[in-house]
Design a protein around this ligand. Structure first.
Ligand code: MN
Ligand code: MN
Ligand code: MN
Length: 280
């Protein structure tokens, strides 16, 4: 098992644990290097960093940024950047404006399906922050409209469904450049979770590298050993470093920090680029 986890969420986006609680969970699981990577926001980073320092867990600032790649939405994890970068701050504020208008449109479409009050409900579930589709899914479950997450997406929120609103994120190259401008590394998140064929995933990795991307998540929740091995080979073939991320959102969901496999042999580790004190 790997004691490194460079992809996690907190209540600053759609996770259910506060940043401090997440760090505590990671510390208990023996994690030595953690990145908090909330969706399009840095709000959870100061609290997480303080908690990590107090409990001796190595910490990298992170963020998970949504991007467009052709008709697809992809997620790019930025790691180790300067949290005070004005350009990154402005860029993420823009992402939030886009999230806000998208949330309003999703709520309109749900209302047309007879489901009222979804915006207020999702905002409440997001703790007053801009809600994402996960919050709408939780609202639909709480209202008894659907039984679970997969059904919320299959019936209402997934691509092509009645309350789906196609996002207009910035292009992948722009997001990579923005992360670099702030001094960070750009990592393609969970490449096998975009409902693309293997051929398209290969294409995506080539393009990500061509656009100066630094790494790829070789180990992520939901992938079996065969897939991890394959992604390791793709990383090497495209000269991308390998990263590890549980994509932890909530206790009991997916894999937990400290409970994910390590990188396959021969894959360069992304975190070796930082001079980190991991002795804590
Ligand atoms: Mn999420
Ligand atoms: Mn993601
Ligand atoms: Mn994520």
């Amino acid at each position: 098992m790997s004691k490194i986890d460079l992809h996690t969420h907190s209540t600053a986006s759609d996770g259910t644990l506060a940043p401090e609680e997440l760090v505590q969970l990671a510390a208990t699981a023996g994690v030595t290097l953690l990145a908090l990577t909330d969706h399009d926001t840095l709000d959870g980073l100061p609290a997480a960093r303080d908690a990590a320092q107090a409990s001796g867990v190595g910490f990298l600032p992170g963020v998970e940024i949504s991007a467009n790649w052709g008709p697809h939405s992809v997620h790019i994890v930025g790691l180790g950047f300067d949290c005070r970068s004005p350009s990154l701050d402005a860029f993420l504020k823009n992402q939030m404006l886009h999230r806000q208008s998208r949330a309003e449109l999703i709520a309109d479409r749900l209302a047309r399906k007879g489901i009222e009050g979804a915006l207020a409900g999702a905002v409440a579930l997001a703790g007053g922050r801009v809600p994402g589709r996960a919050h709408f899914a939780r609202y639909l479950i709480a209202e008894g409209q659907v039984a679970d997450f997969p059904r919320a997406f299959k019936r209402y929120l997934g691509r092509g469904c009645s309350a789906y609103v196609p996002p207009a994120w910035p292009e992948m190259a722009e997001v990579i450049a923005e992360i670099h401008r702030a001094g960070g590394a750009a990592v393609l998140a969970h490449p096998c979770h975009y409902q693309m064929s293997t051929t398209w995933v290969r294409h995506l990795l080539e393009q990500f590298r061509a656009e100066q991307g630094d790494g790829v998540e070789v180990v992520t929740s939901g992938d079996d050993a065969t897939r991890i091995e394959w992604l390791g080979q793709q990383a090497v073939a495209n000269s991308l470093a390998g990263s590890i991320g549980s994509d932890f959102h909530a206790p009991g969901q997916w894999r937990h920090p400290g409970k994910i496999p390590g990188l396959p042999r021969g894959v360069e580790s992304l975190w070796s680029r930082w001079d980190l004190d991991k002795t804590g």
